[in-house]
Design a protein around this ligand. Sequence first.
Ligand code: SF4
Length: 185
Amino acid sequence: MASLIRLHEGICRCTACPLACSRHHAVPGAGPVSARAMLVGEAPGREEDELGLPFVGRSGRFLEMVLAAIGRTRAEFFITSSVKCRPPRNRQPRPGELETCNSLWLSKQVALIRPKLIVCLGRVSAQTFLGTVDLRTQHGTVIIKDRQAYFITYHPAAGMRFPKIREAMIADFSALDRILQKKQS
Ligand code: SF4
């Protein structure tokens, strides 16, 4: 736990990429260090940037709703994002920003938490870990890379906006629940 706290203090002071200039607060992530699964999104939004906490805005409420549908809560996951600082005007993080933040911070969070499963919320997260991913055909599936298991699904912001993606996410999370049950047994 102490190592994770030190890591998060480092994230809050980090100025290694241009996103440091546009943030109010870095958003390291939250959840138990003993979490068996990590949920990894794209980047903090406005509310996350204001509070320094992950998934606390509308996307976060949608995520909580999808988790509740499978009888789970966010408290059992470690939740973070691919970059820890909000991009200006919510633009997508750039490849260099993703690379820097992953090598400095995200990969170290994964090494400390050692999750049985990393849930990639959306294309940017999936590409950060896995390179090229086709969400349309690969959502709801597990991919193993370097002995780490990744579960692919959509970003809650997309689920909120598009009814078909919302349906797909609900089905994905049912599959996720079954996978987590197997990993717990
Ligand atoms: S996004 Fe990541 S690498 Fe860039 S300044 Fe924030 S913490 Fe540092």
